[in-house]
Design a protein around this ligand. Structure first.
Ligand code: C2O
Ligand code: CU
Ligand code: CU
Length: 478
């Protein structure tokens, strides 16, 4: 079941999970996981951040108190158009400041939603208008970037889909925004964010995974159909490795950018927090059967996220669709590797590093457990902190990222999409681009991009406790 006997080394989850596990029976009702309608016309929208109560687990549990956009969890699915101006008015109904960040969109710096760096935080009762024209089609998302660990951890996030002018031919499209929550026995978000021990390890991994805001037992499918499945890991800490029993998903885009269509390594789709995969699924299972989608990222903690339940009807087509899988390219500039400037980015800290739980290191502030090149920018950014480096607009640059820690880090760059060049010296196959890349412990990953978007841009880990604990910096494009 989606309730997870997780996880990090602390072992206190069992009690949380015990109460929630009884919901299993209530969930056998099939749920179509994409039933939310598009929020608007794709040109304008209003997002109201405020308190809400939502039904996340079974009916026999109380509703869960969340912080949400427009009262729903996750926020409304925004479907906007490539190359067409979009405006969003954000109203702050919270008791604290907030901003909205449009994760992965290459937009003007002033629209990037980072408090103090690109705008003033929106005060309670205040509003801010965001306006941009998305240059790239793909699966993106939006989330709070102020008091991020808490605001995202309480639910301020939603999917942002930029449709292709000519989308590939499929029978159906599904979107799974997957979130991970640590719920108490009465289905409330457990307190205790930013536990120092967890923050220096794998972060606040929860005990309940939801798809589009609900613990979802099954998703109905039809034999023979081709589904485009957009996967978004909107968790604050949980890394996912999804395995589709009896199926062979083909990845066609990663982190907002098309790639060469390919089957994932060892059949598992690996998604760190903030990461997306667009997947083509040919439903080649047997009518009437059901197949599990399993997340087995953490050792010994595999669980079934959801089941694909086949209708009894005969397949809709005798053979899988042979429509082309490749997505049209986005207008992302190609970096010139010969003239690129190379910048070393060392990820440091965490347990087992000697810096561990706020042990302190050169240039690090108070509770920081993490650092980049010996500097810890904590919270949501520290105004006045010098950028890691400055680069002239239009120059190509290579980030040579070295994970000198014992932990995984989904590293995310704002305002640009980079090309993943190699991992531990081995060229990345499949022409992979994106705004986020997952580094395993001790791994070295090089990415390259053209610094064509002027402004100060965040580069940070998207495990929220890592970000607020110092695994964050700024790159200045002058
Ligand atoms: Cu999705 Cu700075 O983050
Ligand atoms: Cu971002
Ligand atoms: Cu991290």
């Amino acid at each position: 079941m989606p309730l997870i006997s997780s996880s990090s080394a602390l072992g206190r989850r069992q009690f949380l999970q015990a109460g929630v596990a009884c919901t299993v029976a209530a969930l056998s009702r099939p749920v179509l996981a994409d039933e939310k309608a598009p929020a608007d016309d794709g040109l304008t929208t209003t997002l109201h951040a405020g308190n809400a109560q939502v039904r996340m687990v079974g009916e026999e549990y109380p509703k869960t108190e969340v912080w949400a956009y427009n009262g729903i969890e996750p926020g409304p699915v925004l479907r906007i158009r490539q190359g067409t101006p979009f405006r969003a008015t954000v109203e702050n109904g919270l008791a604290e400041g907030t901003t909205v960040h449009w994760h992965g969109i290459r937009l003007p710096n002033a629209m990037d939603g980072v408090p103090d760096l690109t705008q003033k935080s929106i005060a309670p009762g205040g509003r801010f208008e965001y306006a941009f024209t998305p240059p790239d089609a793909g699966t993106f998302w939006y989330h709070s970037h102020d008091d991020s660990l808490i605001q995202m951890g309480r639910g301020l996030a939603g999917a942002l889909i930029v449709g292709e002018a000519e989308p590939p031919q499929v029978d159906r499209e599904l979107l799974w925004t997957i979130q991970d929550w640590r719920l108490s026995r009465d289905a409330q978000i457990a307190p205790g964010f930013n536990n120092r021990m967890e923050a220096a390890m794998d972060g606040r991994v929860g005990n309940t995974a939801t798809i589009n805001g609900r613990v979802t037992g099954t998703v109905r499918v039809r034999a023979g159909e081709r589904i485009r499945l957009r996967l978004l890991n909107a968790a604050i800490a949980r890394i996912m490795a999804l395995r589709f029993e009896g199926h062979r998903p083909v990845i066609i885009a990663l982190n907002g950018q098309p790639c060469e269509p390919h089957e994932p390594n060892d059949g598992r789709i690996l998604l760190g927090p903030a990461m997306r995969a667009d997947v083509m699924l040919d439903m080649q299972g047997e009518p009437g059967r059901s197949y599990r989608v399993i997340d087995d990222f953490y050792d010994r903690l595999a669980y079934t996220l959801v089941r694909l339940e086949y209708d009894k009807a005969a397949p809709t087509r005798p053979h899988p669709s042979d429509a082309p899988l490749r997505l049209p390219p986005n207008p992302v500039p190609r970096p010139d590797l010969k003239t690129a400037s190379v910048h070393e980015v060392q990820l440091q800290g965490g347990m087992m590093s000697g810096m561990g739980m706020g042990g302190g290191m050169m240039g690090m502030g108070g509770n920081a457990a993490w650092a980049i090149n010996g500097q810890s920018m904590t919270g949501d950014g520290s105004p006045g902190m010098p950028p890691l480096f400055e680069i002239a607009r239009g120059r190509s640059c290579i980030l040579d990222m070295r994970n000198d820690t014992a932990w995984w880090h989904p590293m995310h760059l704002h305002g640009h999409s980079f090309q993943v060049l190699d991992r531990d010296g081995k060229p990345e196959p499949h022409d992979v681009w994106g705004d986020t890349v997952l580094l395993r412990p001790r791994e070295r990953v090089r990415v390259a991009f053209v610094a064509d978007n002027p402004g100060d841009w965040m580069l940070h880990c998207h495990v929220m406790e890592h970000q607020v604990g110092g695994l964050m910096t700024i790159i200045r494009v002058a």
